[in-house]
Design a protein around this ligand. Structure first.
Ligand code: S3P
Length: 449
């Protein structure tokens, strides 16, 4: 949906204790991948627990445009009839990935080694984001990209007719780039090797193995060396999508900063490439217990019991940044409600997310009365202690779902309400955010209602 929805101003008010069970929806990263790998497999892949956020719905529409048959059977219950590796058809229309960097970058990778041409676009946020990080390695396979200046969408990719396998060291910590290269490698003969210095989320590697590809990961001094043998026959699978830890982060952090709260968030991923926030919160003094550890949909999960906590500031090291990259906006809210200073280092990737998240959080927190320092790669929040943030501002969300949810969580625990200019992007990743938070006792409303 490239035409951005009508802005929806929203307001969060200081709330009483949050209580109850917060069942957050399916993981966004895994949902995109289930649809894309399903489309590249032979046979019918069944997906349960699929996130029905707009980002994922846009990927489902795209997979249909490339020739797969995608069917919704019920809430979160979908099937994909795949066309096989190399079987993508040339889409008759422009592929609109809406707000989703993951959608567009993974799909570009998936079609780049098939001799078809596709044109991609997205909303005003996605059209600002750099695609060169994906088209550079795709060029090594033989694909060509024609986009706007700075490698921006709209962009046309001409897939390689005779793709070559590639050995590529990903220059920035990015699971999207890694995954795009692996997806392109699927239809190249021989072995494609991706090297990542810092580990990033490994859902593509896990899912490729699950769909029957030959893939291995070696831990070397260079980093993780991932080797994929091209042109496998991917076999359709049943994929049970676990809940999204990046969505769980919002009720978890809300409970930590709203006095008297005590909530249960079931089935939160403990995958070490995703759980950096929870480790950091515990280091800050959070009262979180990890109950009933188990495997769900091939991912390690636990039920998180979370109680209001007196928190202290912390320094997060660059080594941990990738495992909590989407959680820095909400961490900066928690940091504002903690005692002492929190220093987040190695976070420059935040500048190229759905918005420049360092800038968006810094400006909004300042408007709410919090002292901030920042440089290109660092965000520093001067904590004001539990209940100490003045609030009382309207924060700009810049078409960024996580910025919107972060400031709404802040409004539950500040002295005065906090508003956002536009909460509509929340639907991209967490369409039930408002009802879920209301169920816990949070006072969040649409301002004009
Ligand atoms: C994602 C990777 C991350 C993350 C995004 C989802 C993925 O992006 O921020 O929300 O599913 O691969 P980068 O690869 O740009 O770090």
């Amino acid at each position: 949906m490239s035409a951005h929805a009508t802005p929806t101003p929203m307001t969060a008010r200081p709330s009483g204790p949050l209580t109850g069970v917060a069942e957050v929806p399916g993981d966004k990263s895994i949902s995109h991948r289930a649809l894309i790998f399903g489309a590249l497999a032979v046979g019918e892949t069944r997906v349960t627990g699929l996130l029905e956020g707009q980002d994922v719905l846009d990927t489902a529409t795209a997979m249909q445009a490339f020739g797969a048959t995608v069917t919704r059977h019920g809430l979160g219950d979908w099937s994909v009839l795949g066309v096989g590796v190399g079987g993508f058809a040339e889409p008759a229309q422009v592929i609109d990935c809406g707000n989703s960097g993951t959608g567009v970058r993974l799909i570009m990778g998936a079609m780049a080694t098939t001799p078809i041409t596709a044109t991609f676009t997205g909303d005003a946020s996605l059209r600002k984001r750099p695609m060169g990080r994906v088209t550079d390695p795709l060029a090594l396979f033989g694909a060509r990209a024609y986009g706007r200046q700075g490698g921006r969408l709209p962009m046309t990719i001409v897939g390689a007719a005779e793709p070559m396998p590639v050995r590529y060291a990903v220059p920035m910590p990015s699971a999207q780039v890694k995954s795009a290269v692996l997806l392109a490698g699927l239809n190249a003969p021989g072995q494609t090797v991706v090297i990542e210095r810092e580990p990033t989320r490994d859902h593509s590697e896990r899912m490729l193995a699950g769909f029957g590809a030959e893939i291995s990961t070696e831990h070397t001094p260079e980093g993780r060396v991932i080797t994929l043998t091209g042109q496998p026959e991917l076999r359709a699978q049943t994929v049970a999508v676990p809940r999204d830890p990046s969505s769980a982060a919002f009720p978890v952090c809300a409970a930590l900063i709203v006095p008297g709260s005590d909530i249960l968030v079931p089935g939160v991923s403990q995958n070490t490439t995703r759980n950096g926030l929870f480790t950091t919160l515990v280091d800050m003094g959070a009262d979180i217990t990890f109950e009933n550890p188990r495997l769900e949909g091939g991912e390690p999960v636990a039920d998180l019991r979370v109680r209001f906590s007196a928190l202290k500031g912390i320094e997060t090291s660059p080594d941990r940044a990738a495992s909590m990259i989407d959680e820095f906006p909400i961490l900066s809210v928690v940091a504002a409600c903690a005692d002492g200073i929190t220093v987040m280092r190695g976070v420059k990737e935040l500048r190229v997310k759905e918005s420049d998240r360092i800038d968006a959080m810094a400006r909004g927190l300042e408007a709410c009365g919090v002292r901030i320092e920042e440089d290109e790669d660092t965000l520093i929040v001067h904590g004001m202690g539990a209940g100490g943030v003045p609030g009382g501002a309207t924060c700009a969300t810049h078409i960024d779902h996580r910025i919107a949810m972060s400031f709404l969580v802040l409004g539950l625990a500040s002295k005065k309400p906090v508003s956002v200019d536009d909460g509509s992007p929340i639907a991209t990743s967490f369409p039930v955010f408002e009802t879920l938070m209301a169920g816990l006792g949070a006072s969040i409303s649409r301002t004009n209602r």
